[in-house]
Design a protein around this ligand. Structure first.
Ligand code: 5AD
Ligand code: SF4
Length: 438
């Protein structure tokens, strides 16, 4: 009987993509995937180290899995992803339940590490491999509608707060030819949407042809005209005019950009090593809006970075008002050992970080609500994702601008994976509600 593997994925979309690589490697090696942790021979956690509370959640979960190990002595528990890389030396001491630790560049070796763990030893593989792009491994996708594809891995930016350059290593890109081939196959297999992934997609470069991200987007948009194309994440410093113009030129490139600003204060941006000023950032937003008037924008914000004054914080609120994002991911600063910011005095008290964060969240919530109110009466093309969480009579999907749209779909007449036109009737800060227009 094949051994069964259960895997849980945390953190960014890159991890969702990586989990599909892991599945592919394991199924090829004769393992079977399962949705039940209780009946599994292997429990794997694909983890995130970006903030301390993300790590804490996973450590708690590991303690919880101890029960399963008591019941099944042969159960093996593995830590994958960024925490595997970051905690390689301490995790076995902190959680003896862990049997194997495999970092983001070592997934090819999983079967080998499984064999070591089966022999009763602790298995570990955490090298960062600058050439690893998993180019030849076709991810084991299960969705049938929306696909992730990692076009590049790693990050060279070293933003001073961020652990990613240390856990995922240097930037490297997959060749454009093989990416386009894989996406064409997705189209033939009936996929309707593809999201290109990278920590910093604007740094994409095909080593042999020199093609950049704008070139790759244009090639893909032409190759699969009936598919929606999305991407995350962009760096504001590298958001080129050519990229913006390419997005505007193709109807099947979704009009949604996630452009993390992090702070509205030049002083803080400089301490963060972000490589741009608020003025440069606002210039990019202006260019984007001129080229694509109906574009939707989202961002990431960090509240309470070391040395952040009330004036700096006010500038962050100001930039939220100036840009008027459709949505934002907002965090309080979490010190990460080994980063540059770790050595800066973390001098904003925790309660003050929370207060600033709440102020940011309240403002953004108000703006999102106002923007979504303006959606009333508009028509959106929506890709149907499934039943609405609230009611079986309703379905939900995403608009080209990445908004969650809910609409009545009695008897499930419209199937998952279809595109429909929805007229928006009302909204909240996070959701649009409407009716299908034939
Ligand atoms: N503390 C808080 N937020 C962080 N992020 C990255 N590192 C940290 C940290 N140490 C946020 C940034 C980034 C997003 C993915 O996570 O806003 O854009
Ligand atoms: Fe981290 Fe900055 Fe790289 Fe994003 S661009 S992964 S925030 S170092």
């Amino acid at each position: 009987m094949p051994k069964k593997v259960y895997i849980e994925t945390y953190g960014c979309q890159m991890n969702l993509g990586d989990t599909e690589i892991v599945r592919s490697v394991l199924v090829d090696a004769g393992y079977e995937m399962t949705d039940s942790a209780e009946s599994a021979d292997y429990i794997l956690m694909n983890t995130c180290s970006v903030r301390d509370n993300a790590e804490r959640k996973i450590l708690e979960k590991l303690t919880h899995f101890k029960r399963f190990k008591k019941k099944n002595r042969n159960l093996r528990v593995g830590l994958l992803g960024c925490m595997a890389k970051r905690m390689r030396e301490t995790i076995f001491e902190q959680r003896d339940i862990v049997d194997l630790v495999v970092g983001p560049d070592e997934y090819r070796r999983l079967p080998e590490i499984f064999a070591i763990a089966e022999g009763g030893e602790k298995g570990i593989a955490v090298r960062l491999i600058t050439a690893e792009t998993y180019d030849d491994i076709e991810p084991l996708r299960t969705d049938g509608r929306s696909a992730w594809i990692a076009i590049m891995r790693g990050c060279n930016n070293f933003c001073s707060y961020c652990i990613v350059p240390y856990t995922r290593g240097r930037e490297r890109s997959r060749p454009a030819d093989s990416l386009v081939k894989e996406i064409e196959k997705l189209a033939r297999d009936g996929y309707r949407e593809v999201t290109m992934l990278g920590q910093n997609v604007n740094s994409y470069r095909d080593e042999t042809t020199g093609a950049d991200f704008a070139d790759l987007l244009a090639r893909t948009a032409e190759a699969v005209p009936d598919m929606w194309i999305r991407y995350v994440t962009s760096h504001p410093r590298d958001m080129s005019d050519r990229l913006i113009e390419t997005m505007a030129r193709f109807g099947n490139i979704c009009k949604y950009i996630h452009l993390p600003v992090q702070s509205g204060s030049d002083r803080v941006l400089s301490m963060m090593n972000r490589g741009y000023t608020a003025e440069h950032y606002l210039g990019r937003i202006k260019k984007i809006r001129e080229a694509m008037p109906n574009v939707a924008l989202s961002t990431d914000i960090i509240a309470g970075f070391p040395g952040e004054t009330l004036d700096d914080h006010r500038r962050t609120l100001e930039i939220l008002e100036q840009v008027r994002y459709d949505g934002a991911y907002m965090f309080r600063y979490s010190p990460r050992e080994g980063t540059k910011a770790w050595d800066m005095p973390d001098d904003v008290p925790e309660e003050e970080k929370i207060r600033r964060l709440n102020e940011i969240i309240d403002l953004q919530q108000k703006i999102s609500k106002e923007i979504n109110k303006g959606e009333t009466g508009r028509l959106h093309k929506v890709l149907v994702e499934g039943e609405s969480k609230r009611s079986k009579e309703d379905s939900q999907g995403r608009s080209d601008t990445n908004k969650l749209v809910i609409f009545p779909n009695p008897d499930g007449a419209i199937k998952v994976g279809e595109f429909v036109k929805v007229r928006i009737q009302r909204s909240t800060a996070a959701t649009l509600f409407g009716e299908i227009v034939k």
